[in-house]
Design a protein around this ligand. Structure first.
Ligand code: SF4
Ligand code: SF4
Length: 449
């Protein structure tokens, strides 16, 4: 429930006031209520409820701002149920920037709500402020996780049944957690990497925070793919967490702080492109200009950054030399692809990954039904809204099964883990493997030297 906030000067500010202050009223009125977005929205498709649709949520936001309704617990719930997948945006003929509206709403709610228990708030504060922005601490965490996984402690934990004390979602996640490293891409291969052959451009790699300790190998393979495609790659060590989890959880202030650190780290290097291999991070990087648009000191640099941020597959296809890919031991293998919502709907990269997968000799690409529909991962949505996330995942796995593919390829670590979870839950471990697009491409790159 939202409660008024007492300001320093003694006045109380309600959630309505904050919504009025934060929400872009032009965007709210841009919605002409045509409903074209409804069939694209996963929560509407699951429930058939107007309040669970983009049009319904926009109407609720507007009603709150116009004073027609008081935003209550049900209002907060409808906003929480949104996956922020942004599938509604490409479907909207009026170009309503729904992603910005939901972030502004969540940001407002976060300032007033008391519905999160103190320990949830503390855990989030610890992770968002004390962990993600600090690469050294993240590496220490990676080292601890590696010890847990390699020392036999994980097997012991699973064997004792202690995990049964935790919710099913956490239990499932623990089981499919990838092997962590205590290193990160820079420790593995260094900062600067020359292009192979004639250099096309210089690319800064955004390594991510969780990405770098849980998927170090994918970051390493991204560098190898990019250098093969003709790019010089540099990985600034001063970069930090992108801020996406902060922004999506209504902590805009934290996201802005991190954005400024990243802009500084990449601006100093003067790179031509800033490449991301994780949809969730990339989608915020590409919108740093919006995040900092009202900061006169930062808005130009933020625009510089956002205009260079790009998805790795899109960069290779549109500006690089596509390497030669050939499957040797996998002749005749079938693969399919789950779009990362943020790569598709925000980074506008859906054709490029398919083009790359189709270019692998000896591999058959099969399009999955509803491949553009959210898998339910959506940041930490699968932990905060397990029912809807589980429903979406079950539906996704039905579609996956119909492809009879041996590889489920995806472009975002969250989706990758969700696909692993789905494969494990539906007992398909012997038939299907989930792999990041970059790892799949590198594995099949003819010239790996
Ligand atoms: S972001 Fe996704 S879940 Fe939210 S309203 Fe738009 S389509 Fe629906
Ligand atoms: S498609 Fe766009 S204009 Fe139409 S109802 Fe949805 S958000 Fe509003």
């Amino acid at each position: 429930m939202a409660e008024p906030k007492t300001m320093e000067h003694g006045m109380t500010v309600s959630l309505v006031d904050t919504l009025k202050n934060k929400l872009d009223y032009d965007q709210l009125t841009n919605c002409m209520r045509c409903g074209f977005c409804l069939p694209a929205c996963p929560t509407f498709r699951e429930t058939g409820l107007e309040a669970e649709s983009p049009r319904g949520r926009i109407a609720l936001m507007k009603a709150a701002v116009d004073g027609i309704m008081q935003p209550d617990a049900a209002f907060e719930e409808q906003m929480d149920h949104c996956l922020a997948c942004r599938a509604c945006e490409p479907a909207c003929p009026a170009g309503v920037k729904y992603g910005q509206l939901i972030e502004q709403t969540r940001d407002s709610i976060e300032q007033h709500t008391v519905r999160h228990r103190w320990w949830v708030k503390s855990a989030r504060k610890m992770a968002f402020e004390g962990l993600f922005p600090h690469p050294r601490r993240m590496r220490l965490l990676g080292g601890a996780l590696k010890f847990y996984q390699k020392s036999g402690l994980q097997k012991l934990t699973q064997g004792t049944g202690i995990m049964n004390l935790f919710p099913d979602e956490l239990k499932g996640m623990e089981k499919i957690m990838p092997e962590a490293t205590g290193t990160g891409v820079i420790k593995e291969i260094g900062v600067r990497h020359p292009a192979k052959g004639e250099k096309i451009a210089t690319v800064g790699l955004f390594r991510g925070c969780i990405m770098d300790i849980m998927f170090t190998g994918t970051n390493v393979n991204t560098v190898r793919l990019l250098t093969e495609a003709g790019f010089e790659v540099v990985i600034p060590d001063e970069q930090t967490c992108c801020g996406a989890l902060h922004a999506h959880s209504g902590e805009g202030g934290g996201a802005k702080k991190l954005a400024k650190s990243n802009i500084r780290a990449f601006k100093d290097l003067g790179v031509d492109w800033i490449v991301s291999n994780a949809g969730g991070c990339g989608a915020l990087l590409i919108e740093y200009d919006h995040l900092l648009h009202d900061d006169p000191q930062w808005k130009d640099d933020a625009a510089w950054f956002a205009s260079r941020a790009v998805d790795v597959a899109k960069l290779v296809v549109e500006h690089g030399r596509v390497p030669y890919f050939e499957a040797d031991s996998q002749a005749g293998v079938r693969i399919t692809y789950q779009d990362s919502c943020h790569v598709r709907n925000v980074m506008k990269s859906s054709e490029a990954p398919r083009k790359l997968m189709r270019s692998v000799e000896g591999v058959q690409f099969v399009e999955m039904e509803d491949s553009d529909r959210c898998c339910g991962s959506a940041g930490i949505y699968n932990l905060t809204q397990p029912d809807m996330a589980g429903q979406l995942l079950d539906r996704k796995m039905d579609c996956a099964k119909n492809t009879a593919a041996q590889y489920m390829i995806t472009s975002n670590p969250g989706c990758l883990l969700q696909m692993k979870l789905g494969i494990s839950k539906s007992g398909m471990e012997n038939e299907m493997k989930a792999v990041h697009l970059v790892d799949f491409l590198y594995e099949n790159m003819a010239d790996k030297k």
